[in-house]
Design a protein around this ligand. Structure first.
Ligand code: CDP
Length: 233
């Protein structure tokens, strides 16, 4: 048995990868709810490394300090009653709102380009694969972290549509953003995520690609649900 299989403990995994604001988080949550499975929001881990670095005044290219920081990240995800999202505690401090800011996402995409940070988070991510199953959301879930996943989805959408979705999402949280600023940040993040040498954002060879630009959330969930009926039975 190779290390990947051992780490997965033979738990069923669905991976949902794609660029920023392509709807991965929402779809992951809805599918996991329907299946009664666990969720891995891998982007949150990279965001937490960026926040921890900020907190400890570590530069986002300081490899020697970022590696142990990522390896020993003191984080807790707490389910809050009635809330859609988990409360996230970093070193005991509630960083739930801070975590979703675009500046944090941008910092995440910088530390995520560093192989030492990716390596330090690998086993922590695999440990989320627990019975009865896991829906994992990220950039390299299907290519690197869970290569033997039973279903791999790669969600895309046009940059304009993604900016519009992110704008509404952040506005709902009371975080101020402009469409123009978002479009620029999305372009910058796409560029960095797709062109880095460590685990770049690419669909796994066996991934089902879905352009969601003109699809509603319900349509995407229906599509994925049909796939679950075929592959999980
Ligand atoms: O929600 P959004 O797609 O904007 O971001 P996220 O999924 O929270 O991820 C934040 C950043 O972390 C991304 O821009 C990626 O650079 C990085 N990331 C990664 O490299 N690998 C993952 N599996 C997940 C996120």
């Amino acid at each position: 048995m190779n290390s990947t299989n051992t780490a997965l403990n033979n738990t069923l995994v669905i991976t949902i990868d794609g660029p920023t604001a392509s709807g991965k988080g929402t779809i992951t949550r809805l599918i996991a709810q329907r299946l009664g499975w666990h969720i891995l929001d891998s982007g949150a881990l990279y965001r937490l490394v960026a926040l921890a670095a900020q907190k400890h005044q570590i530069a986002l290219d300081d490899i020697a300090s970022l590696q142990p920081l990522a390896a020993h990240l003191d984080v807790e995800f707490v389910a809050a009653e009635g809330a859609e999202e988990m409360v996230v505690l970093l070193e005991g401090e509630d960083v739930t709102l801070e975590l979703r800011k675009e500046t944090t996402g941008n910092g995440a995409s910088k530390v995520a380009a560093l192989p030492v940070v990716r390596g330090a988070l690998l086993e922590r991510q695999r440990a989320f694969a627990q019975s009865p199953g896991l829906v994992a959301d990220g950039r390299d879930m299907g290519t690197v972290v869970f290569p033997s996943a039973v279903i791999k989805i790669f969600l895309t959408a046009s940059a304009e549509e993604r900016a519009r979705r992110r704008y509404n999402q952040l506005k709902d949280k009371g975080l101020g953003v402009t469409m123009r600023g978002l479009l620029e940040e999305i372009a910058e993040r796409d560029e960095r995520d797709m062109n880095r040498s460590a685990s770049p954002l690419v669909p796994a060879e066996d991934a089902v690609e879905l352009d969601t630009s003109a699809l509603s959330i319900e349509q995407v969930v229906d599509h994925l649900w049909q796939l679950c009926q075929v592959r999980l039975n």
